[in-house]
Design a binder for this molecule. Structure first.
Ligand code: NAD
Length: 352
């Protein structure tokens, strides 16, 4: 077993404590410090009588030689300057979603990490859940057949964020999941988005996003901060089978339905309608382990630094998600007109 890497968590607000807890629980890591401009928050995460240190200044933190890596859980607008400073100081970096406020900033981060031969990862948390890992494997195995459509619903009574609209707050989850499960990643040629603010909150609180899938179908994402019902559901329709993921149903989180619509060959019957048939086959519910996603994420960060395996959510994955979110912004400004996202070079992180 190699020596644990020294790590610091930067940002001790809502999400940072979850990162700190998982680094603390991993033998691959030694949590050296928690850094927040608000010392009281950092101290609360560290707890009493702890050997983990409290730090309030990022630059002082980055100058330490006992820290190999940092996890950044500060507001999105601060991600790029903190990550670039950390990379310049020779630290490996994992950043909370979104990678940066703009794809241009994110591209700079990807290039800085590559030039310094350091790991840059994004915490696309869902990609580390047993359910999403299973979905990716099922799609890759060909069991679903050709992907026809994806319907993703992520709605609940959410906090109206001061700095971002509902698409930037919630859709990164759906987009990062699509980036992970679609063979070839998230590479839509067309993105359309609409958002509404029916309460006058000052930003879109209900959003709809449609993006093209490689085989000709569409993925549709619905995000909403105003819904009293919480729904976390994704339906992935394939030419052979359909997969339903209901993240709020622990007994049947994922089900694979051998049900769908078959079209006979056009010349099998002169009348098109009579060539359509419905399959009503079995439903399979796989047994999935219950493992905290962040625990797997911190293990993968260490494995990527050791050179054991590349991270499944590297900086380029974060960049692809940003490129789609920016296209969604442009589409919203153009009343939902389709926009082609900027192309991301998946080896260099350069933008078209
Ligand atoms: N992966 C997920 O599922 C998930 C869930 C929630 C939040 N997040 C992400 O985590 C990040 C943080 O979100 P949050 O809800 O915890 O925010 P938050 O506002 O609750 O906490 C941010 C903390 O960062 C501190 N901070 C700000 N600037 C700093 C600086 N320059 N140096 C040190 N500390 C600084 C603030 O004092 C605050 O304590 C966001 O990017 C958010 O999108 C991810």
């Amino acid at each position: 077993m190699s020596k644990p890497y020294g790590v610091a968590v930067i940002g001790a607000g809502y999400w940072g404590p979850n990162l700190a807890r998982n680094f603390r629980g991993s033998s691959a890591w030694d949590l050296v410090a928690v850094c927040d401009t608000d010392a009281v928050r950092a101290q609360r995460v560290v707890g009493p009588r702890s050997t983990v240190e409290v730090e309030t200044d990022v630059h002082r933190l980055l100058a330490r030689s006992d820290i190999d890596a940092v996890a950044i859980a500060t507001p999105a607008a601060t991600h790029a300057p903190i990550a670039l400073a950390a990379l310049a100081a020779g630290k490996h970096v994992v950043v909370e979603k979104p990678l940066a406020p703009t794809s241009v900033d994110a591209s700079k981060m990807v290039r800085a990490a590559r030039d310094a031969e350091l790991i840059l990862m994004i915490d696309h948390t869902y990609c580390y859940t047993p359910a999403v890992t299973y979905i990716r494997d099922v799609i890759a195995s060909g069991l679903l057949g050709r992907l026809l459509y994806v319907e993703s619903t992520r709605i609940n009574l959410g906090l109206i964020q001061p700095d971002v609209d509902v698409l930037w707050d919630l859709a990164p989850h759906d987009l990062s999941i699509l980036d992970f499960i679609l063979p070839g990643g998230l590479t839509p040629t067309r993105v359309s988005a609409t958002g509404s603010d029916p309460l006058g909150a000052g930003r879109a609180c209900v959003g709809h996003l449609t993006l093209s899938l490689p085989g000709g179908g569409d993925a549709h994402i619905n995000v909403n901060w105003l819904s009293p019902t919480k729904i976390r559901q994704m339906v992935i329709g394939g030419s052979h089978r359909t997969l339903v993921w209901d993240d709020l149903d622990p007994l049947r989180r994922v089900s694979v339905h051998d049900r769908g619509v078959d079209l006979g060959s056009p010349d099998a019957d002169e009348r098109h309608a009579s060539a359509v048939s419905y399959r009503l086959g079995d439903i399979t519910v796989p047994a999935l382990s219950e493992k905290e996603a962040l625990g797997s994420m911190v293990e993968e960060f260490a494995a990527a630094i050791r050179g054991d395996r590349p991270s499944r959510t590297d900086g380029i994955a974060g960049l692809r998600v940003l490129s789609v979110l920016e296209a969604a912004d442009h589409s919203m400004a153009a009343n939902g007109s389709p926009i082609r996202p900027r192309f991301v070079d998946t080896t260099t992180g350069d933008l078209e």
